[in-house]
Design a binder for this molecule. Structure first.
Ligand code: AOS
Ligand code: ZN
Ligand code: ZN
Length: 388
């Protein structure tokens, strides 16, 4: 197995994007539990996100959601982010909370509604230009609930047309990232249900259109690492929305439900060159912390990604390839499992301390008193969204 010391340069490069909405209150459709100190503004969300980076060095960027994150003057957001030591990442559009989008947005049968949704995305691109953001991430709630309700074939054409109109405004250094999800909120058909549909749509647009893989957006039992391998092979894996799930789109802490799956995914990321900066894969979290404290929830998440990345980097790739080519089924499996079963936590703690970060970021943050401070200072924080 590869030695821990020889992977630290790669580990030092790791950059995870945290979602602004993870810091707001969220819940299920049954109840939103509030947390004292919940951010009331985008500035307070950035301040909280900056804590995650300060204690781990792993989360230098924050993904925004528009219009959940709305301000009059975006330059103030840019300045504030720099002040607290984070950058601004992906801008997520929102076409799922407006009455007009009851039957869809970019794939709606009514050209006027499609135009409204296109205009919303053009507004997002304007914001991206102002804040220096590279990625516009589109997740659509579009779909139908009953067979016959909509023309599922024509809706693909309408979607393609809407996306092309948005893509025409994507700058030379920017990307359009299309996320897929197999169901919810539509229950019969979803207009971008799977990686194949997302790939088909973005491939028709051009080079700067790529796919977002949300780990919670697959049917149980789906081999997600295969999709990762395929999209990397095709040069179309734009980003991850990391989270974990037991049942549906649970948006739980990444690596909490199935650490082995996270390891397998990250091994395929390594195998496909996805950790190289040149492939441009954005490693984002898309999580909601319904009952746990949000900032520690995010710290736990980025640490889980780091831990499984370390294990994936420690796989002896040469030995694995030799075993595979020799048809050594059990030997090859053992090589992969050796890395998975390696507890890298003590080495990571030591390495963190050697770089000036706390060896135990969870405890260090808990001891900092930050949560008590914001609970006192902030009153009346709001819900992030509808808790997707
Ligand atoms: C929804 O299920 C998706 O995961 C999207 O990424 C969504 O925009 C995000 O979860 C924020 O609600
Ligand atoms: Zn997502
Ligand atoms: Zn989701």
């Amino acid at each position: 197995m590869t030695d821990f010391d020889s992977i630290t340069d790669q580990l030092a490069e790791q950059a995870i994007e945290v979602p602004s909405w993870a810091y707001g209150n969220s819940g299920t459709r049954f109840r939103v539990f509030t947390t004292p100190g919940t951010p009331r503004t985008v500035f307070e969300k950035l301040a909280d996100a900056a804590q995650v980076n300060a204690y781990t060095g792993l989360a230098p960027k924050v993904a925004l959601h528009y219009p959940w994150d709305k301000v009059d003057d975006w330059s103030e957001v840019v300045d504030f982010a720099a002040e607290v030591g984070v950058g601004l990442g992906t801008v997520n559009s929102n076409t799922f909370q407006d009455e007009d989008y009851k039957f869809g947005s970019l794939a709606h049968h009514d050209p006027a509604v499609r135009q409204k949704a296109i205009d919303h995305h053009l507004e997002c691109i304007e914001i991206m230009d102002k804040i220096g953001s590279r990625d516009l991430k589109i997740w659509l709630a579009d779909g139908t609930n009953y067979p016959g309700q909509g023309d599922i074939r024509r809706r693909q054409d309408w979607l393609a047309d809407s996306l092309a109109k948005i893509y025409a405004h994507i700058g030379p250094e920017q990307r359009l990232v299309l996320e897929y999800k197999f169901f919810e909120p539509s229950f019969y058909h979803t207009d971008v249900p799977d990686w194949g549909t997302s790939y088909t749509q973005v491939a028709a647009l051009g080079e700067r259109a790529v796919v977002c893989l949300d780990t919670g957006h697959h049917a149980p039992g789906t081999n997600i690492e295969f999709i990762v391998a395929q999209l990397l092979r095709l040069g179309k894996l734009g980003s991850f929305d990391f989270n974990s799930r037991f049942y549906a789109d649970d948006d739980l802490i990444v690596g909490a439900a199935d650490p082995f799956q996270l390891f397998r995914i990250l091994w395929e990321v390594r195998r496909g060159g996805g950790f190289e900066k040149s492939t441009g894969v954005a490693f984002m979290l898309d999580q909601c912390h319904n009952i746990e404290d949000k900032i520690p929830g995010q710290i736990r998440s980025v640490l889980n990604v780091q831990e499984m990345t370390a294990r994936a980097l420690m796989v002896d790739a040469d030995a694995l390839e030799a075993a595979q080519l020799a048809g050594d089924v059990l030997g090859a499996n053992e090589i992969l499992m050796d890395a998975f079963y390696t507890d890298v936590r003590p080495q990571l703690a030591q390495w963190r301390a050697s770089r000036g970060f706390p060896a135990d970021p969870m405890n260090a943050f808990a001891d900092s008193g930050y949560l008590a401070r914001i609970a006192e200072e902030r009153v009346g924080g709001t819900q992030a969204g509808w808790g997707a």
